[in-house]
Structure formats: C-alpha cells, structure tokens
Design a protein around this ligand. Structure first.
Ligand SMILES: [Fe+2]
Length: 311
C-alpha cells in the first residue's frame, strides 16, 4: 500500500483472510475533513429525501422497536443533536451517488483491496453514512451484497456470526431478496457464543464473509460510521437465485433445491426474476413491510412526532 493509502496496516494475512473470515483493518478516513461534524451537518441539509432512512430503535434495555421517520425542517446540527439525545439511527444511503467526494474515497479503498486480494476484482460499489445515538442498536440481520463497516466517530460493539445455518438460512436470504427487509431474521441469544465480537473504534474497519449475520450495539457514544457495500457478477447471480427461489416458495409452496449460479436452472430463474421483479404482488408485499410513521420533534431534541398512519 502507498503512503497516502486509505488502508494503513494491510498485511498478507488480510489478503488470505478477506472474504473467508471476519477481519479488522486500520484506515485513516476518520481524519478526513469529509467526516467532520460541519461537513456532515451540511451534507444532511442537502440530502435528497429518497436517499435517507431515519429509524427509531429500542435502546439496549428496552423492547424491540424499528420505526421509520423523517427529519422535517431541522438544520443538520439539530438533526445530529436529536440523534445524540434519542435512540435514532440515520442512514445517508448512496452517499457515493449523492456526493462525488465520497465516491472518490470509497473507489480508492476498493482499488487498494483489489490490488492485494487475489481474485477480487473491482466490484460495483456504494456506501452509506450512518449517524446513530449512544444507545442505538442494529438488530440481527444479513445483507445480500458484500459489506464492510468503517468506524469514524464513537465506539460500537459488532457481533459477526457464521454465514451458515442455523445463523443464516437460504429462506432468510430469499425473504431479504424478495421483500427488501433485513431485520426479521430468527435470532437466539445462544448464537452470541458463536459470534466474533469486535469493539470498533475510529480508524478501524470490519469486513466479513458474504451474508454473515451481524448485529451492532453502540457503546454509549454518538457513532458515525460508513458502510461499504459491493456487488460483483457472482453476488448479483446469487441475488437472482434468492429472489426466484423465494418467489417459488411463497407463491407455490415449493422449496427449490438448487442455489447454482450457472447452468440451465439458473438461466430459467434469471428469466423469471426479470419478468416478476416488479410484479404487483412484489410491490404490494414490499409496501406492507415499509412505512414512514414519525418525524423529528422541532422543539425537543431526540423526541419524535407520530405521523398519521397511511391506509
Ligand atoms: Fe448490515
């Protein structure tokens, strides 16, 4: 790695482990002005509504809550203050499309990895910035794309589980591909005995094997992190298989056995997936699982105001 590299402590063991085991790496993005509070406050103010999610979660002690909301007319600073005072979680999705400065650093990061991991070619990639409350958490889930987590401000505990049953099953991946909702996966506390647990600090980054389930607890500080997400041809094909297998199971009660990403069965699934990915059934099922139902209170930082339920 060169002197101005984003990744600052890469060694050959990382080249061998990448994608096969969870690994913790060192980076220098926490020192970049792109992630200062002032820059982020301005970014929030200009962020297109369709590209962010504001989620209220339960605190670590309380029951499970997962609601979507809006930050209304608050300034970027006030949004960050609200997050500092509440149990909220703001995801500025696709920051790499919204602002080219972030695309440049994330592309550089992937170029550095592609240069040192045999067989890892430059994938399609995106990134999102997560700003979350001191007691916020992200529940147990898997993601379909390849994923990494870059810690910029604050501390969080990340549990990474094996990417195999019972921790993640084909049915769970199929439901994510079909409905686009990642947080309904079965989870039991004893799973934690099989997790790799990291307390992540600014300047550290995690990467884990494809589809490995994970959950996150903030360690009593406001957290700013960036998730990187990438897709190559194999991952794209797996997503098509997950989608079609899920559709066949939900609509016809038939469990497809093949998860092949090449050959005639795969090709048939690819055609089915293209035909049905925007069908009325899919749109209805997805809509039923997603809604925006609060906005931030203008006067009490961290509080929320319920929005009337849409029909
Ligand atoms: Fe995730």
């Amino acid at each position: 790695m060169s002197k101005d590299a984003v990744l600052t402590s890469w060694d050959e063991t990382h080249s061998s482990l990448w994608g096969n085991m969870p690994i913790r790496l060192a980076h220098n993005l926490h020192k970049s002005p792109l992630f200062s509070m002032d820059t982020l406050a301005r970014l929030i103010e200009q962020y297109p509504r369709e590209h962010y999610n504001l989620v209220q979660t339960g605190s670590r002690e309380s029951r499970r809550v997962w609601r979507e909301g809006d930050f209304g007319n608050l300034s970027g600073r006030r949004v960050i203050d609200a997050i500092a005072a509440g149990t909220l979680w703001l995801n500025l999705r696709n920051v790499t499309d919204v602002d080219q400065r972030y695309r440049a650093v994330v592309t550089k990061l992937f170029e550095e990895i592609a240069a040192v991991v045999p067989g890892f070619e430059m994938p399609d990639h995106t990134a999102g910035i997560l700003i979350s409350s001191p007691k916020a958490q992200v529940y147990y889930h898997s993601d379909l794309p390849g994923q990494g987590l870059i810690q910029l401000v604050g501390r969080k505990r990340v549990y990474v589980y094996p990417a195999t049953p019972p921790f993640v099953t084909p049915e769970s991946l199929e439901d994510i591909a079909l409905f686009g909702v990642e947080v309904d996966m079965p989870y039991a506390e004893w799973y934690d005995r099989h997790a790799v647990v990291y307390d992540l600090e600014p300047g550290q980054m995690l990467h884990w094997p494809l589809n490995a389930p994970h959950r996150v607890e903030n360690l009593d500080t406001v957290n700013i992190s960036m998730t990187i997400s990438y897709t190559d041809e194999a991952i794209r094909r797996l997503q098509m298989v997950n989608f079609t297998n899920g559709l066949i199971r939900h609509r016809f009660g038939y469990r497809a056995k093949s998860r092949a990403i090449a050959g005639p069965v795969f090709l048939a699934k690819r055609i089915l997936q293209k035909l049905l990915r925007n069908s009325a059934w899919i749109r209805r099922e997805r809509k039923a699982r997603q809604s925006v139902d609060f906005r931030l209170d203008d006067h009490r930082p961290g509080d929320i105001v319920d929005l009337p339920r849409a029909a």
